[in-house]
Ligand binder design. Structure first.
Ligand code: GLA
Length: 351
């Protein structure tokens, strides 16, 4: 009998604006990109998972029930399998092939794309219907927290699961409402590009968790449940570094709102200024930039970008730039487009 085979694609994301706001119940405006992770799953009939990362050719092999913890990409695979089973989804033993065209540790959310593609492929293979996308996002975030050691929010998973071609997503992390906001810039010849700083980062080992703890401390001192409830006057009385971190979060929420308004008014120069203001705040108040990132921002602005900022958790990765019509992108920059959210591959296209 031929063994069943399914495939799933999950995109990475670029966050247009709204950085380090997700775990502060704030606002963000990410979009799914057209690059992502592809997972093919083939039923094996044995209660094990055999996984192979196509780039690098590394493998993993573990029992379906109670996988042991691991590090690197294996932690994501074991975590997803374990959390899906813990949530009550009956999984089948499978051989997994993991590939795609998303650079790892580059601020484009390769981790969430991997988690989401794994979820969709494993669930499709076992015919587990009815998994709600929001529930999957939360499950993937548990994988990050408990298996990978990164106390990340829901930004990346929601962008990967809810992406809409041609639109950014306004996400309110207090209500988890997701509202598509059309990105019409290409019609007028504007482009969004990413430029790699060359520096790789991992949220589990960078100062990401420390920043999150600093925000929690700010909330404690202010007596609020999240920084969404904080007001500016109280924030100014906080000691450092809580004051600077909270300043960034409050300012960033306002910049997300202003960016949505500027996009609706088709005021792209204003979007560019907001991107650069976000970067300045991430560098000076949130302190997540590096020398390599700064040099990359300077290259984009030097080429004539209307605005540029670091994207993702910080401490390396890609820089986003907004280019007006006719402005030449610096060498190595890649245009990014808003693509659809994660989906199953048509079985007829599977090799
Ligand atoms: C990483 C995390 C997200 C978010 C961003 C910063 O990408 O995975 O949850 O916190 O950093 O905005």
């Amino acid at each position: 009998m031929a063994h069943r085979r399914v495939g799933a694609f999950a995109p990475g994301r670029v966050n247009l604006i709204g950085e380090h706001t997700d775990y502060n119940q704030g606002l963000a405006l990410p979009f799914a990109i057209t690059e992502g992770v592809v997972v093919h799953a083939t039923e094996t009939g044995e209660a094990r998972i055999l996984a192979r990362a196509l780039e690098g050719g590394e493998e993993d092999d573990f029992p379906l029930c109670e996988p042991a913890p691991a590090t690197g990409w294996r932690a994501f695979v074991r975590g997803v399998v374990s959390e899906l089973r813990r949530a009550g989804f009956p999984l089948l033993g499978a051989r997994l092939e993991i590939g795609g065209d998303l650079p790892q540790g580059a601020g484009l959310s390769s981790s969430a794309a991997l988690e989401v593609a794994l979820c969709l492929a494993l669930l499709a293979l076992s015919d587990a219907a009815g998994a709600e996308r929001l529930r999957l996002a939360e499950l993937c975030s548990r994988v990050e927290h408990e298996w990978v050691g990164a106390q990340t929010g829901l930004l990346d998973q929601l962008a990967s699961l809810y992406g809409v071609a041609g639109a950014a997503l306004l996400i309110d992390f207090r209500t988890l409402e997701v509202d598509p906001v059309p990105l019409r810039l290409e019609e007028d010849g504007w482009r969004l590009v990413t430029l790699d700083s060359g520096e790789r980062h991992a949220n589990a080992s960078s100062l990401y968790n420390a920043r999150r703890a600093e925000c929690a401390r700010a909330c404690e001192l202010l007596g609020v449940a999240s920084l969404r409830d904080a007001n500016r006057e109280d924030v100014e009385r906080l000691p450092e570094p809580a004051r600077s971190r909270a300043r960034h979060v409050l300012g960033e929420n306002t910049r997300v709102r202003d960016t949505v308004a500027a996009l609706k008014a088709n005021d792209l120069p204003a979007v560019g200024r907001l991107l650069s203001a976000s970067h300045a705040s991430l560098r000076d108040q949130y302190e997540v930039s590096t020398a390599a990132v700064e040099a990359t921002v300077v290259r984009l602005l030097g080429a004539g970008a209307a605005g540029a900022r670091i994207v993702g958790g910080g401490f390396g990765g890609h820089v986003l730039g907004l280019l007006a019509p006719g402005v030449q992108a610096p060498a190595g920059a890649r245009e990014v487009h808003a693509g659809p959210g994660a989906y199953l591959l048509d079985p007829h296209t599977l090799a």
